[in-house]
Design a protein around this ligand. Sequence first.
Ligand SMILES: [Zn+2]
Length: 113
Amino acid sequence: MHEYPITSQIVKIAGEYAQKAQAARVVKINLVVGDYSGFIGDSISMYFDILSEGTICEGAELSIRKVHPMLRCRSCGDLFKKVPFSFECPKCGGEGGPTEIGKEFYIESIEVE
Ligand SMILES: [Zn+2]
């Protein structure tokens, strides 16, 4: 449910961007969403269709790039993909600690015309 206000923000930001660029419409919004960002891409897409209606963003493509969480091994420093129910480093068997990778949530770019 909390995707609603954030999607409203995305529509607003893209709209302001298009206005500044004196564009007729927003063609595409490239969004980066980490698995650990707390936001669900599918929900954002759904709300986007509703919220963009009647705005300069109507009909724009919302492209969502998902980021898989990465852990950093406390022993060897290796960066590896988080798998469910495990924090084990595939290289040395050490324990992986959380990183910022996977918590991303931002607009990468906005395409207008
Ligand atoms: Zn390791």
